[in-house]
Design a binder for this molecule. Sequence first.
Ligand SMILES: CC(C)(COP(=O)(O)OP(=O)(O)OC[C@H]1O[C@@H](n2cnc3c(N)ncnc32)[C@H](O)[C@@H]1OP(=O)(O)O)[C@@H](O)C(=O)NCCC(=O)NCCS
Length: 325
Amino acid sequence: MMGEKNLQTLLATMHPVQRTGEYVYVLWPHGKPLVPGIEAAVREAEGLTVVLPRAEADELGLKYDFVAAWITLEIHSELEAVGLTAAVSRALTDAKISCNVLAGFHHDHLLVSVGDSARALEVLAELSAAHAADPEPAREVKLRSETPDDRAAILALTAEAFAVSPVTGLPVEGEPEEVDLLRRLFECDEYRPDFSVVAEVDGEIVGHVISTRAWADGLELLGLGPIGVTPRLQRHGIGTALMRETVIRANAAGERGIGLLGSTEYYQRFGFVPASSMGIEAPDTHWGDNFQFLPLALWPGGVHGTFRYAGPFVATESNPTSGKR
Ligand SMILES: CC(C)(COP(=O)(O)OP(=O)(O)OC[C@H]1O[C@@H](n2cnc3c(N)ncnc32)[C@H](O)[C@@H]1OP(=O)(O)O)[C@@H](O)C(=O)NCCC(=O)NCCS
């Protein structure tokens, strides 16, 4: 379809540029003459909203709540921007970044909270990069719940995925401990079949993620891990697909939140935040910000307690989830 191709080109060629400074939305005082510093204005029956540099608003003594960074989507293309803002807003929404879009004659502009600006630029760069190449049609990755018949293949792929320790970066001697952990998770009371998900390519199991019942402050939660992808297919989006599927399933099942131990760099793209910022303490205080939490749609808030994983995690002699992932 022509429209889609155009959108692909637009996304691939867009170049997000952040203006210097901070910007605010203010309700302009009725009858006050406009000042040159105003960057955008919208007249409504209720009054005039203007966007202007924060410093100017301060100088004029105007009140504001939202302090924004201003990102302009420079696009080197004559194409019509059909669907561009929708695609951009969606990518930012998926990354839990809210944005206000202003459409100018030449470009679209995004106002995001100043605290989110670096991440927003990253998300836009990722979105652009994802459309940059004209890749071979990707082989279809099928996600489905694990069945007992899959277990041998899952254990084998987990052994492969963890053959090099994600904690130390060194080869592991013998069977990686995640394999036995997984064996025991399959058999434990906290096992939830719908949260053991495999990724299949051409009938071969190439990825797996499991989440099991966990708790904090008496509230039922999910503890995610291990997650593994066959080494030869890592960095092809399979881990991302498994993470997203888990979050979709968890929301659909009315779960409240997911805890995990892992790299902050990797998991924050799925909306995970340091668990302590949500009132949830790690089972091991040494884990710090690597113990992360994703509050789901039904997250009740006001939860304060230590996260408790399924039994097999605790029973593992040397806890396989310890250390930085
Ligand atoms: C971690 C793992 C599940 C990710 O799956 P994947 O299919 O390789 O990841 P995706 O292709 O979806 O995502 C790739 C992105 O994640 C990043 N990434 C992958 N693993 C990462 C890690 N451990 N730390 C930080 N970033 C990581 C990549 O740099 C890449 O980033 P980019 O998109 O900005 O280039 C997979 O690499 C794996 O099995 N690793 C070995 C086992 C492991 O470490 N499991 C997690 C600990 S329980």
